[in-house]
Design a protein around this ligand. Structure first.
Ligand SMILES: Cc1cc2nc3c(=O)[nH]c(=O)nc-3n(C[C@H](O)[C@H](O)[C@H](O)COP(=O)(O)OP(=O)(O)OC[C@H]3O[C@@H](n4cnc5c(N)ncnc54)[C@H](O)[C@@H]3O)c2cc1C
Length: 346
């Protein structure tokens, strides 16, 4: 029970692309909660730093199926396109890029065709020019790509500037902080496997290479057979990938994966054969069949909102999931309304 004459207390666990927007939105919330962000690790040491990161809706094995995904994606796109048209685009290293999404077989136009810019089918003549095999199909559109690091840093700064408290700590159980907060928002990604004993979580290993190829301005997302192949030009570099190895959590660079990535990507951009590798890394996606976004009671006085398991689409769903999390928290506070929060400053 939340006593009269104090502001509600909320803890967000996890400082990735999923947790940070929830934390920032809470600091701006009408219930004026005291917000604490708790995380074992912060940027640049988390999975979110390793993402591509593109606003691309994949139809490959790293994407899950949930009817709410469309709403989440729409919210995220609008949010980032607004940022892109603001002065923040420079700080965040955002760029609008032409993307070829390549696939085998026939696909109906996707629901998101009007969310991206200039969506169209790619004709055979154009396929030839951009090195797409004639037996494959492709769509072309423009979308945003940006590295997650500056975005995470900006979100954390906003959180602190809005009065949020930051604690670096690994939790072994949510019970450790039961009673300290009215609501706990669990945005721990793969960490949820241990933290809340979710055995539906699994690692999905992704290896990428960063090339010095400033002349490459267009991107690819290739969904052919089981391969996960992408080419994402970012500020001054091109990130190419990838792998999606289920159940594999090794962070070691695998030379076989490296040569597979190089050879698949070079078939689309032959000049990659003459580029310098400037970096490479492995990120471990928080795999789950569907995102877990729901509220449950931890005890009589503490509720937990779970928001984790975004697999390969954590950035793409992030803002929509943050808004749904906030809605669950507000509904919880409304239910407790008879306890009359006092929003006066403590
Ligand atoms: C190579 C690669 C490319 C990708 N490309 C894209 C892309 O282009 N677009 C896209 O949308 N997604 C992409 N993804 C997926 C995306 O990176 C993830 O879905 C996303 O980062 C998940 O974010 P998160 O905040 O849930 O997890 P994380 O970034 O892992 O953050 C989890 C947070 O929880 C904390 N935590 C965990 N356990 C505990 C605990 N017990 N106690 C305290 N804190 C804890 C961690 O320290 C961390 O702060 C890619 C992933 C990879 C690997």
């Amino acid at each position: 029970m939340i006593p009269v004459k104090r502001r509600p207390r909320v803890a967000v666990i996890g400082a990735g692309v999923v947790g940070l927007p929830v934390a920032v939105m809470l600091t701006q919330n009408k219930f004026r909660p005291n917000v604490t962000l708790i995380a074992a690790e912060f940027s640049p040491n988390i999975t979110s730093d390793t993402a591509g990161a593109s606003l691309r809706i994949t139809g490959n094995k790293t994407s899950s199926k949930d009817p709410r995904q469309e709403k989440w994606t729409r919210a995220t796109y609008h949010y980032f396109f607004n940022l892109f048209t603001s002065p923040m685009a420079k700080t965040l290293g955002m760029s609008l890029t032409t993307m070829y999404q390549v696939f085998d077989g026939y696909r109906d136009h996707p629901w998101w065709k009007n969310l991206v810019l200039g969506f169209r089918d790619v004709a055979d003549d154009e396929k030839k020019i951009v090195n797409i095999r004639q037996d494959l199909n492709a769509w072309c559109f423009s979308t945003l790509i940006f590295p997650c690091g500056p975005y995470l840093e900006w979100q954390l700064k906003q959180f602190e500037a809005n009065g949020g408290t930051v604690i670096q700590k690994k939790l072994n159980s949510l019970k450790e902080i039961d009673g300290e907060y009215d609501v706990i928002v669990n945005c721990t990604g793969l960490g949820s496997k241990e933290l809340v004993g979710d055995h539906g979580m699994y690692p999905v290993r992704g290896q990428v290479i960063v090339l010095k190829a400033p002349w490459v301005k267009h991107s690819f997302g290739v969904e052919v057979a089981d391969d996960v192949t992408y080419i994402y030009p970012r500020e001054g570099e091109v990130l190419i990938g990838g792998t999606a190895q289920f159940g594999n959590s090794s962070k070691e660079i695998d030379p076989i994966d490296r040569s597979g990535i190089m050879s698949r990507c070079t078939s689309y951009v032959p000049s990659f054969a003459q580029t310098e590798v400037v970096d490479e890394w492995v990120g471990i996606r928080p795999g789950r069949k569907v995102v877990r976004l729901e509220i449950e009671d931890l005890s009589a006085d503490t509720a937990v909102v779970h928001n984790y398991g975004h697999t390969g689409q954590g950035l793409v769903y992030s803002i929509g999931c943050a808004r749904d999390s906030i809605q669950l928290i507000e509904e919880y506070f409304e239910r407790k309304k008879n306890l009359k929060y006092d929003n006066a400053k403590l």
